[in-house]
Every structure is written in structure tokens, then in C-alpha cells.
Design a protein. Sequence first.
Lengths: 328, 179
Amino acid sequence: MSLTILNAVVAVVAAIAFAAANAAYLVWAERRGAGRIQRRPGPNVNGPLGLLQPPCDGIKLMTKQLMIPGGADKALFMVAPVLAMAPAIMSFVTIPFSETIVAHSMNVGVLMIFAFASLGGMSILLAGWGSRNKYGVMASVRAVSQNISYEVPMLITVITIVMMAGTMNLKELVAAQAGGIWNWNLIPSLSSPLMPVSFLIFFICSLAETNRAPFDLGEAESELVAGFHTEYGSMGFGLFFMGEYANIVIGASLITILFLGGWDCPLGLFPGVWWFLLKIYMLIFSFIWIRWTFPRTTIYGLLNLSWKILIPISLFNLLLTAGLLKVF
Amino acid sequence: MDQGSLQVGTQNVPSPLEPIPSSVVQFAAADKLINLGRVNSFWPLTFGIACCAIEMMATGCARFDMSRFGAEVFRPSPRQADLMIVAGTVTKKMMPGIKVLYDQMPEPKWVMALGNCAISGGPFAFEGQYSIVLGADTFLPVDIYIPGCPPRPEALLQGILDLENKVSGWNRWKDPEKA
């Protein structure tokens, strides 16, 4: 019994540590990546390769004055940043990094991750509303409408995959794709010929769900000052920032698990956690790459893309896969 | 600094001989660490009011790149900014807006006057002018003055390094002239 509790504590601590370390060092990776793309070095003098930059930023943010603007709803204002970070950490509990490295393997793993992901929209809404700032409110309404409209095609795509594997357990979803790149969900098979399209839809949706450029309408600097976190300074802002990066890691992990065979090797040899990490960091790199090379879309273009293109295609794919699964 | 009837702003410049007041309770190691953290991540406020802002942008771009010192994170909201770079001519109409932005920044915060206009009005300091505030330090506590019309990006980088030294007493590199 006590060993089970110890296991749970170790797993949770490891999940938090992994989320926090990733959140801190992905900021560094983002700034270095931005530098590379814009032909400049990026932060490189604080420590070797600029690796001491995240601790410096952390110390600065933590020692900055904590300011609650007059007229703000204090409770909501304080709760929102925590609510941005907590669901992101919670989702790590059920993500399997390899056959054995998983904090808690659940039957409803996929459902749990999406349930927590929708709490992120809640935190944005609370932040915009609680800070009593017109830009904050406008940005949070935008971000929430964006989150809701992109959750629909994302979930339809997930239903397609759950239908094919017959399980919602993330571990079993990966096990269903074991044995090499030709078994991965990314590759079209007889019963699911449109899988690459689903992959693209899911990729676009996870970019939009994490509120990142080119879909960062919630914090469009040219229109809304800093968006929903306009009134947040100090560590409140830091938590929003870390939550965003933790969500990126979760998005990349989900793509890896659902489409890229999780910890499976492309050739079917030596499956292990290293393949999983390699895949998620390549996906995260592509997120950074997209962020610094594409301009921001408009809010109408964004919603039109979801409701007029992604949802019809993913619905068609769902029906086609359902029919073909019956045939083959 | 007697310039006839002109009010040239240098009132807030502290004398180098004046001792800096220290806090009552001191935590030497923690203070050092906190100061090192602060000076290595000055996040400037995104705003430029005249041609010096073009040089400020150039400092953030390829060739010069202030991101090397962790200072490229231009924050659009004053709540997240540490450093206000007054880059250009301050008109009397613009002054209240700048003051509001400064007041909205949380402590600790620093101000840099970039260019001659922000230091003392520059070419606009003549008898009979009616629209320009002669120096950002007539209404803000300026920490670092960067002369030039406009200053080159290297000068702004030197200003950031000098501000680092002023805040923490720590030099990023040894002064080649003293070594």
C-alpha cells in the first residue's frame, strides 16, 4: 500500500519537474530558434549557449512587484494564472513516455487530456474578465471562441482514431501502432485512406489550441496590447507563459501518440523513451519554426478555416473511416 | 548648466560622490543573485516616439542583437516591462502619456534616455520653441543617458551594459582600458 503511494508521489513529482523544466527551457529554445531564423545569435552570453537565461528571467519575474490593478476582481485575477498552469501539469500524469514510464495509465486517457485542455480556455476567460481591462476582455473572448471552434475538428479526428484502435487508453493506442512506420496512424491504410489529412488537421488544431502564432489572436500585440495577460506582471505572467509551453509539450505528445507511433521506432527496432522524446522535440521545433516564419491571421480567417474547411473534412473522414472499417 | 531662460533637464542626475542608500535588512548573497537575475533580463517596453526608435529597432535586429544580453523581449504591456527606453523627442502633448506608461510599470523599473532630444531637447532647445519637453528627466527619473543624434546601436548596447553595472555593480567584461 505504502509503496503504491510512494509510486504515485514519485510519478507526480516527476511529471511536475518535467513540465516545469520543459516550460523553462522551451522559452530558451524559442528565443534561440527565433534568433537563428532572423539571422542573429539569440541569448548567448549568459552561461554557456545562454543556458542561464531562463533562471535569470525566473529570478527577475519572481522578484518583481506583484500588482493587482484597481477595480480588478482579486479572486479571479489570482486564480487565472494557476488555472493556466495546473491542467497542463495534470495532463502529464496520463501521458505514456514508453511502455513502462507512465504515471497513471487510464482507460479514458484521451478524454481526460481533452477535459483538462478545455480548462485552459477557462483560465483565459477568467484572466481577461478578472483584470477588468477592455483589451483583456476582447482578447479573452477571441481566444475562447478560437479554442471552442478548434476543439471540434480536433475531437472528430480523435474519434476517428479511437474508432480504429477501439480504445481510449493512450498506451493501447500506441500499442496498436507498434512494429514500424508502416503501422503508424500517419500512413494511410485500406480502412483509413485520409490519415495524412487528419494528421494535418490535428497539427493545425493543436497550434490553434495552444494560442500560438500564426493563430495567437488572444495576444495580438498590434491590436490588443498584450491580450488577455495585459494586466499581469511578475510571476502571474510567468505562469501564463509556462502554461503555454507546457501545453505545447502536451500537444506534441498527443500528436506523437495518436499519429507517430509513440515510443515506436520507424523501423520497428529498439522501441523506447528516446524515440518518444525525439519525436516530440522535432514537433516542438516545427511549432517554433512556424511561429517565427508565418504572419498572424485575422480572427475571421481563423474561424472560417475551422468551420468551413477543417470541420467538414474531418467529418467526411470520420464517415469514410467508419464505412471502410465496416467493409474491411 | 546655465542656458539663459531655457530649462534644460539635468536635475535628477545623482552625483557620483553621493552614497547610494542601502536597505535596512541585507541579504548579501540573495541580493547579488537577485540583481544578477534582474540585470540579465531587462525587458524593455515596446514604444518609440521618434527617429531614435529606428536605432532601437536596429539594435534588436540581426547585426547588433540586444537579445544576446537577454534584453530583446520587448513587452507591449507596461505591467511586464522593466526598462523604459525614451527613444526620441518628447512633445508636450506626448508627455502625459509617457508618464502614465511609466506609472503603470511595476517596481523595480529603470528609464533610459536615448538620444539628445530625450536628454535635453537636442536640436529643439532654442528660444521661443513651444512644443517640446526639454529632456525626459524633467518628469522621469532617468538612469542612463545615451548621447547621439541618433545614437548608434552600439551606444544603446553600451547603455544597457552600463545600466547592468549601475544596478548590480557587476561588469560583464573587463574594461580593456583599465586592465
